[in-house]
Design a protein around this ligand. Structure first.
Ligand code: ATP
Length: 245
């Protein structure tokens, strides 16, 4: 599995800039990207996955610069669940999830194993019963779970997720985060629910206005730190943080 290494990264867009001096994410780490709206979480995921190109700095996977990796290599190295996932064509749920296997296609055909794995993931994400329905006929939360099945189906050693629990109800959110926490893969996800992330993830990158303010393990996420990041009053109860304006 590849280590992710970021050095002297600078990305500018209009009035916004994201700067990360140094960041190393080791294989298997579960990393939450956190901070208020517009602080740069999606931008960082876009840069790490090569959808955006930095003005300067480097991103490396196992010592190989991202810029030198072709698309086939990238698609077996990392997958990305974007914030929005519209599909223009009338694919079924099973077809959408099966697309995750595209990077592993042999001889231009999906194998029986690809189809079996797809069914298993659709069941895990609790959408197997919709497998023959049109993707566009599902609710927002159901579509999100199908997209999650597609991303996990890619079976990459690194999984990038942009707010995976948006539109999800509490049960599916808990199930998905428990699953992510148990994956062997490196997982890097943006997430707004601090208590949810704190329960399931190991490492927390807090951004503010495009800067990496804190990079801390679970035990160092304190009310003081959260208060600084989010500009709210924070207290710690028996097992969760509470917030007040
Ligand atoms: N396509 C775009 N074109 C221009 N500016 C953009 C675009 N996408 C995001 N921005 C701006 O870039 C900055 C960082 O946005 P980004 O989406 O990375 O934030 P975020 O931390 O993911 O926010 P959120 O929690 O709301 O998802 C913001 O100022 C935002 O307005």
């Amino acid at each position: 599995m590849a280590e992710i290494r970021v050095d002297l990264l600078v990305y500018r867009r209009d009035q916004f800039s994201l700067e990360v001096d140094e960041l190393v994410i080791r294989p298997g780490e579960k990393v939450a990207l956190m901070g208020e709206n517009g602080c740069g979480k999606s931008t960082l995921l876009g840069l790490l996955s090569g959808l955006l190109t930095p003005q300067s700095g480097t991103i490396e996977y196992g010592g190989r610069p991202l810029a030198q990796l072709g698309f086939p290599q990238r698609s077996t190295l990392f997958s990305l669940l974007s914030q929005s996932s519209d599909i223009a064509f009338p694919f079924t749920v099973a077809e959408v999830a099966l697309m995750g296997r595209f990077a592993h296609l042999k001889g231009g055909q999906y194998s029986d194993e690809d189809r079996r794995q797809t069914r298993e993931l659709l069941a895990l994400l609790d959408v197997l019963r919709y497998q023959d329905r049109g993707y566009g006929e599902l609710s927002g939360g159901e579509q999100r779970r199908v997209m999650m099945a597609r991303v996990l189906n890619q079976a990459t050693p690194i999984v990038y997720l942009d707010e995976p629990n948006s539109s999800l109800d509490v049960r599916h959110t808990l199930q998905i985060f428990s699953h992510l926490a148990q994956l062997e893969a490196t997982v890097v996800t943006s997430v707004h629910d601090i208590n949810l992330a704190h329960r399931h993830f190991d490492r927390f990158l807090f951004f503010k206005a495009g800067r990496l303010l804190h990079d801390v393990p679970r035990r160092d996420v304190t009310p003081q730190l959260l208060s600084e990041v989010y500009d709210v009053s924070v207290s710690l109860g028996t097992d969760s943080f509470s917030f007040r304006c």
